[in-house]
Design a protein around this ligand. Sequence first.
Ligand code: TMP
Length: 237
Amino acid sequence: MEKREELYRGKAKTVYLTDDADKLILEFRNDTSAFDGEKIEQLDRKGEVNNKFNHFIMTKLEEAGIATQLESLLSDNDSLVKKLDMIPVECVVRNIAAGSLVRRLGVEEGLTLDPPLFEFFLKNDALHDPMVNDHHIVCFGWASEAQIAEMKRLTFAVNTVLKAMFDEAGMLLVDYKLEFGLDTQGNIVLGDEFTPDGCRLWDKETRKKMDKDRFRQGLGSVVETYIEVADRLGLKL
Ligand code: TMP
């Protein structure tokens, strides 16, 4: 399958049309963005590492019965995916307090959240991805109540699979963001990506940050640490 016209250029990935109207190609670039695009840098090998990491995780989720957009790995930086009509909200689950939750509610970073917390954010960089609730989503027609329930169910199902997987590999899945879309039959399918760019991972013993907070906070060794995460999961990059 070959890339045709560019459909959309995001901060870290580019989406291309293909000759198949139901399939797209996602290109993972080296661009690394934080603070809604305020800080952007090119990190060597990051696109390749995230593309292969995403393929690995999506395959695990498919094996666990969660439908994903991913079809196949095409090359170092490209993956073939199903075309979805994306729902413009971000689904976040938090197992441990960090990031915007700490800033918003003044809770201590590292606090265990039991049961895990679910939050919706509107995907809109210009507005800094404001938090929204179910009522905003229904009111503005971004998704129906049934679709909201399905997104929550699937986001928690991902937590069950991945929390255990990272735990066995000596890491804590602190929080993560998922995006969903509708396939041609109207099913809710997991889209976008799952990589260390869109989640927080801490070493279980030392609590070393192993995700994009290394970039946000200028801690260095960003891609090297993503490769270490993959390595612990048994994926050689
Ligand atoms: P937050 O603490 O900034 O709200 O982020 C929670 C988690 O969701 C964290 O793992 C980062 C991820 N996330 C993104 O990847 N992109 C986004 O635009 C947002 C709002 C969160």
